[in-house]
Design a protein around this ligand. Structure first.
Ligand code: MG
Length: 372
C-alpha cells in the first residue's frame, strides 16, 4: 500500500467567540492510499501554520512540507515515517507547529493501518487494558463563582464523577480564585472529584498559596498554573505542595516532556495526541512517565477525532489515569463534522471497537465549514 495524497483541511464556524474554546475551528488531516483506504487525523494548534507545514514546498533537506515527504510511503511504516518527517523538518518542527502537524499525519496513518487490518488502533498498539475509561467533564469556569457552581451541579446530574473547570476568570484576584473553587465544590458535592485548570496565570509563589487555599476544597489536581517554560517554578510548586500538579498540553515530543517531568517534577503528565507527535510519540511519552512512576491523562478540547485517538492510546498504556471529555455546550462544528458522536455514560467512555479510529468524517459538514 502506498500513500497517494495528504490533505490539510481547515474548518471554522462562521462565528468564533473570543474565549478559550478550541472547538470552534479544526484542522483535519486526510491521508489517501492506492488501496482506497483513507485515514483521518486532527491537529489542535495554530491551524494555518499547521496547514503550511503540511502543504509547504521542498525548501531544502531540513525544511520540507510534510505532505509531499510521505507520498509513496507505505502507511504501515509509521516509525520510519515519523523520523523521516522529523529529519526533514528540523528548522520548524523540533517543537511547536511542525511537530503538531506531524501528529495529524501520524494519527491518520494509524487509522489506515487499523482499517486495513480490520482492527481498532488500540489493538495495534498492543492495548486492551480497559473496556471503558473514567472521564471528567471538562468545562470553562462560569463567568462568576455562582455560575460555576450551577455548572458543577449540572455535570454531576449528568452522571459525571469528576469535573474540571478552567481558565478565565481564574487569576484575577485571590478572592475570586478561591470563590470559584469553593462554589465549584459546593455545586459538585463531596462525592465527585474537582479538577482545577488555572490557565497559565501565576508565578510559583502565588501558585503555592493558591494550592494551599484550594486544598481545603479537596481538589484532585491543579493544572497549568504557570507559564509552560517556567520549569523551575513547576519544580518549586510540585515539591512545595501535596496537591497534584498537572501539565503537559503545551509540550510537543518526548524531549520536552522529559524536561517537564525531570525538571518540572509534575505529578500528572497530560498529552494531547494531536500535538505531541501522534500515537507513535505518545506511546513513548507514556512509557517515560511510567518509568518515573507518573500517571498520564490525555488533553483534548476539540473534536471526536481527538477523543477517539485519546481513548485508543489510554487503552494501550499501563498508567492511564482519566480521560478529558469536553462538556461545554456542544458547538455545531464539533457535533457535525464526524458521523460518530462520542457520549459519556455514567461518567465513563466506552472503548471504540470499530477498525482504525472508528471515526468517519461527515462530508457534507466538512464542505459546509471548510475554509481552505
Ligand atoms: Mg488545560
Amino acid at each position: 500500500m502506498k500513500i497517494t495524497r495528504v490533505e490539510a483541511i481547515y474548518l471554522r464556524q462562521p462565528e468564533v467567540k473570543l474565549q478559550c474554546d478550541s472547538g470552534q475551528d479544526a484542522l483535519v488531516v486526510r491521508v489517501e492510499t492506492d488501496a482506497g483506504i483513507t485515514g483521518i487525523g486532527e491537529v489542535d494548534s495554530s491551524p494555518l501554520a499547521v496547514k503550511g507545514a503540511i502543504d509547504g514546498p521542498f525548501s531544502h533537506t531540513v525544511a520540507c512540507g510534510l505532505g509531499q515527504l510521505v507520498l509513496g510511503e507505505d502507511p504501515f511504516e509509521t516509525e520510519k515515517i515519523w523520523y523521516k518527517m522529523y529529519r526533514a523538518n528540523v528548522y520548524g518542527g523540533r517543537r511547536g507547529a511542525g511537530l503538531h502537524a506531524m501528529s495529524g499525519i501520524d494519527i491518520a496513518l494509524w487509522d489506515i493501518k487499523g482499517k486495513a487490518l480490520g482492527l481498532p488502533v488500540w489493538k495495534l498498539l498492543g492495548g486492551g487494558f480497559h473496556k471503558k475509561v473514567r472521564c471528567y467533564a471538562s468545562s470553562l469556569f462560569g463567568p462568576t463563582p455562582e455560575k460555576t457552581g450551577e455548572l458543577a451541579r449540572r455535570y454531576r446530574d449528568q452522571g459525571f464523577t469528576a469535573v474540571k473547570f478552567g481558565w478565565d476568570p481564574m487569576g484575577r484576584d485571590e478572592r475570586t480564585d478561591i470563590a470559584l473553587v469553593r462554589e465549584g465544590r459546593k455545586g459538585l458535592g463531596d462525592a465527585a472529584d474537582l479538577l482545577i485548570d488555572a490557565g497559565l496565570v501565576w508565578d510559583a509563589k502565588t501558585a503555592l498559596q493558591r494550592a494551599d487555599a484550594f486544598s481545603q476544597y479537596n481538589i484532585f489536581w491543579l493544572e497549568e498554573p504557570l507559564r509552560p517554560d517556567d520549569y523551575e517554578g513547576y519544580r518549586k510548586l510540585a515539591e512545595g505542595t501535596h496537591v497534584r500538579i498537572a501539565a503537559g498540553e503545551e509540550e510537543s515530543n518526548r524531549l520536552s516532556f522529559i524536561e517537564l517531568m525531570d525538571r518540572g517534577r509534575v505529578d500528572v503528565v497530560q498529552v494531547d495526541l494531536t500535538r505531541c507527535g501522534g500515537f507513535t510519540e505518545a506511546m513513548k511519552i507514556a512509557a517515560l512517565a511510567w518509568d518515573r512512576g507518573l500517571p498520564v491523562a490525555n488533553h483534548g478540547f476539540t473534536t471526536y477525532i481527538n477523543v477517539a485517538a485519546a481513548l485508543h492510546w489510554l487503552n494501550s498504556i499501563p498508567n492511564a489515569l482519566i480521560c478529558e471529555f469536553v462538556a461545554e455546550e456542544e458547538t455545531n462544528l464539533r457535533e457535525s463534522i464526524t458521523r460518530q458522536k462520542i457520549r459519556a455514560k455514567d461518567g465513563y467512555l466506552d472503548m471504540p471497537e470499530a477498525p482504525g479510529l472508528g471515526i468517519d468524517l461527515d462530508e457534507e459538514a466538512i464542505q459546509k465549514y471548510r475554509v481552505c
